[in-house]
Design a protein around this ligand. Sequence first.
Ligand code: NAD
Ligand code: ZN
Length: 379
Amino acid sequence: MSSTAGKVIKCKAAVAWEAGKPLVIEEVEVAPPQKMEVRLKILFTSLCHTDVYFWEAKAQDSVFPRILGHEAAGIVESVGEGVTELVPGDHVLPVFTGECGDCAHCKSEESNMCTLLRINVERGVMINDGKSRFSINGKPIYHFVGTSTFSEYTVAHVGCVAKINPLAPLDKVCVLSCGISTGLGATLNVAKPKKGSSVAIFGLGAVGLAAAEGARLAGASRIIGVDLNSGRFEEAKKFGVTEFVNPKDHDEPVQNVIAKMTDGGVDRSVECTGNIGAMISAFECVHDGWGVAVLVGVPHKDAVFKTHPMNVLNERTLKGTFFGNYKPRSDLPAVVEMYMNKELEVGKFITHEVPFAEINKAFELMLKGEGLRCIIRME
Ligand code: NAD
Ligand code: ZN
């Protein structure tokens, strides 16, 4: 047993005190894990656009003060009562959505929307006692999606923690704990393009490029990348994207442009922008009769999806997914193995790295649309 087990740990965490204000590195107290919880030492974390939305709190409701962060890799420090599947020292990836193993969703082959542990962006506390495990001078600092990885130590429900191969380099597989698995799974598990088919990817950030990588692995022959930032196009070639469309270069809706390029529409589309207009275009650009569109981006809190019902009657399918339909505990270790077996490249998604003290730089890069993933080194 570690010397810190059962005790409060004092460590550094990046606290979001207010919406849109730079995070402040503070000394926080992290309480021991309770029933079915584990305390993790985070070694690497990275920034996903979802963190930025809930930090900006412009298009989302958020709670403050909060410790954000959900894409990370670490080591189990100690475990709470009832935890049998993890022990101190295990190498793990925390995930923003969980797998209790007992509910109807966990028992279904089709769903990863666990009743107990599915993503909940409003909750800032742990399920067991409705309280936060983080505090500063006794004042609670709230959690984010059950992970709060912008801290040297964090507490998560055991169902939100995937045990992985201890040989996997944590500074690389860290990005598999959200963005890359989400995009990859959205294509491989949900859109399921056939060999030789055409796929449109809306949004060429890390999530979209992982979706493109999935299309390439599935044998798609045309992968059309759509982004408002043409600066993304050169980088996207490394991910198998074959053609590019910037909606700003056209006078007609991008769905019409894509329909003309593909003789009626693409076979599959995957939306990774969070923009409602792009979501509608992604649906309307798939071919009638068989086209399938998959929504991945996190929408504005007031967004409404509007399309003529005839677009659906004409035998198009609209789907959505969290975490690429992967069940975190059952399926994520195998995604890590894909990387270990060199079936999946991860390094090309990592374009920047900063020490923890400079975490705000990662936010600046994402806001400017520069690079893909920025790894934040905790030590
Ligand atoms: P990112 O900011 O790195 O990439 C988004 C890209 O979309 C950018 O290149 C941007 O220029 C482009 N874009 C924005 N609006 C557009 C529009 N109208 N048309 C075309 N392109 C547009 O973000 P990311 O980290 O790759 O995340 C992408 C989205 O996926 C975000 O909305 C994020 O919240 C969401 N996400 C969802 C899940 C899930 O499980 N469903 C998981 C992770 C991330
Ligand atoms: Zn994410």
